[in-house]
Design a protein. Structure first.
Length: 420
């Protein structure tokens, strides 16, 4: 049914969001109230989980001072890259003896570089509870073909048994499973006296969640997530123990130039001093600096985390009142404050087969995009059909608040179509 096919929203029974009586098993043909189309719209409808919304107030003027047409090896260019490294280090409170580099190919490049350079010296446990974790597990098993690899898996919405991880082995995991909306609640499960290394893909967590750096030997992220930077630039953080491994372990497989972190058996210092392996975009570097300046203005890491947690809290309040949606994360402690994944629990939806669920959710998501109130909020292609809202710091809480009644409206319309 197209919007309006039942007549105007006003001619239907209208319920305020969350106040409609909940019937646990309505007949598929039963018509439930469809909320009226809200009047207030999000000022910025960008709720994508990557690339994420630019910071509030961003315009291309933020890039005016970019060193365009200059060599990235010129002194001022290297200094700007160094400033990105230094400011990231300061804002995140990184330990002094950890090394940070700008590397090619975004978070994927950074994490692959770490896995290909470091793994193989001992057994590895890979934790997978979303499609990115599955991707790393697949690389370990099918590309690196490590003999001694275990994959600890969990379904969407759950975490694997963290108590089963063996820290005498290397451990690869995502801090926040972006496609499941499930994060590890803290680092208490990570052994301080581990002999293996911990490799953490934290791209949708850094700058939004507090990370226990001393428990993490490798951390990777990209600019296009929490600070709303441009894509394709990766950040790679190494602990002293990770550097030690690099300098003592030579992988048996060939390493392409963009993965090479050592020279003559020693850490290649260049990338950690702003001398990148290959050419970065100085436009993106300028944008990253802009994001870092904004982060500073809003209170640094505390401000960023507070904004993101407030966004999650605002969605959680609404979910609490809703009768058609739940968090995909089953344990509230594991709910992500960045990639907020929601499962549709309306019985009319649950009665559908997976393909029809996907089509129905897509229809609701498209309606919202057509209205210009929310872009890119469908769940990830491998995840259960539902919604995913980005709640990172660049998203304004007021915009999420304005969006939520639209979600009720869009679902009301999509569900009415099911009964039509
Ligand atoms: C957990 C996780 N890992 C890796 C990636 C890939 O990041 P990129 O596209 O920056 O390489 C993403 C992107 O959403 C992600 O969320």
């Amino acid at each position: 049914m197209s919007p309006g096919a039942l007549g105007s929203a006003e001619s239907r029974s209208i319920a305020a969001p969350g106040t409609a009586p909940y019937d646990p098993a309505p007949a598929l043909t039963e018509e439930l109230p469809v909320p009226a189309k809200p009047e207030r719209r999000p000022v910025r409808p960008q709720f994508s989980s990557g690339p994420c919304a630019k910071r509030p107030g961003w315009s291309a003027a933020a890039l005016d001072a970019a060193l365009l047409g200059r060599s990235h090896r010129a002194r001022p260019s290297v200094e700007r890259i160094r400033t990105v490294l230094g400011e990231s280090r300061r804002l995140l409170g990184l330990p002094d003896d950890y090394r940070l580099a700008l590397v090619p190919a975004s978070d994927t490049g950074a994490f692959e570089m770490a896995m290909w350079s470091l793994l193989g010296a001992r057994g590895v446990d890979v934790l997978a509870w979303d499609s990115f974790g599955e991707g790393w597990a697949s690389d370990v098993e099918k590309q690196l073909r490590l003999d001694d690899a275990r994959v600890l898996r969990a379904d969407y919405g759950e975490l694997p048994d963290l108590g089963a991880v063996d820290f005498a082995r290397d451990v690869a995991f995502t801090w926040n499973g972006t496609t499941a909306g499930v994060r590890v609640p803290d680092g208490d499960w990570i052994a301080d006296d581990r002999s293996g290394l911990t490799l953490c893909d934290a791209t949708s967590a850094v700058f939004a969640m507090r990370l226990p750096w001393e428990k993490l030997d490798v951390v990777t992220w990209s600019w296009q997530k929490v600070l709303g930077g441009e894509a394709q630039h990766g950040m790679l953080l190494l602990s002293p123990r990770a550097v030690e491994r690099l300098e003592s372990h030579t992988p048996p497989w060939p390493l392409p130039k963009i993965f090479r972190l050592t020279k003559g058996g020693k850490l290649a210092e260049g990338p950690f001093r702003g001398e990148t392996i290959n050419t970065p975009s100085m436009l993106c570097v300028e944008d990253a600096l802009d994001g870092l300046r904004w982060a500073d203005e809003i209170g640094g890491l505390d401000g960023l985390v507070a904004r993101s947690e407030a966004n999650l809290a605002c969605v959680a309040d609404w979910v609490e009142r809703s009768d058609w949606v739940e968090f995909l994360a089953t344990d509230p402690r594991t709910r992500s404050c960045t990639s907020i994944c929601l499962a549709i629990t309306d019985p009319r939806f649950l009665a559908l087969d997976p393909a029809a669920r996907g089509a129905t959710a897509k229809q609701a998501v498209s309606r919202l995009a057509d209205e210009g109130v929310a872009y890119d909020i469908g769940s990830y292609r491998d995840a259960p059909a539902g919604l995913r809202l980005w709640g990172g710091a660049t998203v304004e809480r007021a915009d999420l608040e304005a969006l939520l009644p639209w979600l009720d409206w869009a679902w009301g319309e999509a569900a009415a179509d099911l009964g039509a």
